[in-house]
Design a protein around this ligand. Sequence first.
Ligand code: C2E
Ligand code: MG
Ligand code: MG
Ligand code: MG
Length: 276
Amino acid sequence: RVKEKGKAHFQFYQGRMDTIHRNVVELETHLRKALENEELTLYYQPQLELATNEIVSFEALLRWHSKEFGLISPAEFIPLAEDTGLILPIGQWVIDTACSQIKQWSEQFNREFRIAVNISPRQFQDQNLVDTIRHAITKYNIAPDLLEVEITEGTMQDTAAAIPILKKMKKLGIMVSVDDFGTGYSSLSYLKQFPIDVLKIDQSFVKDVMTNNKDAAITTTIIHLAKSLGMDVIAEGVESKEQAQFLLEADCAYVQGYYYYRPLPANEIENIMMNR
Ligand code: C2E
Ligand code: MG
Ligand code: MG
Ligand code: MG
């Protein structure tokens, strides 16, 4: 039964991928228009302080509800956006929208929440990235440390290029986190060279933390590493009470995952905030 179900799902997925491959030019055309057609939205996933269960921040995650193709996941369209360069205008829209949301929520709830946005390698290479961020912070008149950029280890591989950009970001006062930490190819030496505020433990380590000794050891080590370096640490992909308990005992400060909340549209976040 399970096998049948898995097979059906696979076929559906295959079918959809075939459609997408056949229509890759069409998909690109639609993605190009997605912004002006208002088909792109940001969902927000709460990040909690583990010890208190307080929501302290959010990660902004792109969603594309295409009129033509239905809901397309970022794993599918971000690579296309990267290849075509469309990630630049899309990324600018993400930064602007996140800053606008920071402004709106801090007024609405009379309390400050940080929002983290994902920055892909191509965006990071864009000469205008820091100016785009500065412009949005000024436009909405928000405290710069309420905006966080998530970059991956891959983005930092070109050390000579990355360091001056990160320094400009820190001068601006925004927060910098390393997403999917521990999964990229890079030496630990960048942790001492780069101004990094937060390590995000990749969900692949958190997933089997209860059953796999190595995942447990890696998770614990990242938590210690962050603490020793004076950085914050957050575990991604927390899906169970047991994982949360493990992380609490390992002294992990922040958590994010389906066990707490899925990524949600802004209005649903507002309902949660008003009922807490
Ligand atoms: P990411 O930044 O590592 O985001 C975490 C992903 O894990 C998200 O997938 C989130 O929905 C999912 N997730 C959160 N909690 C759990 C959990 O408990 N269990 C499981 N299994 N998954 C969980 P999503 O939203 O599909 O995004 C996928 C990736 O797409 C992101 O990975 C990020 O690399 C990229 N992405 C998303 N939004 C943006 C964006 O605005 N700009 C750029 N450049 N990339 C984005
Ligand atoms: Mg992320
Ligand atoms: Mg991640
Ligand atoms: Mg990821």
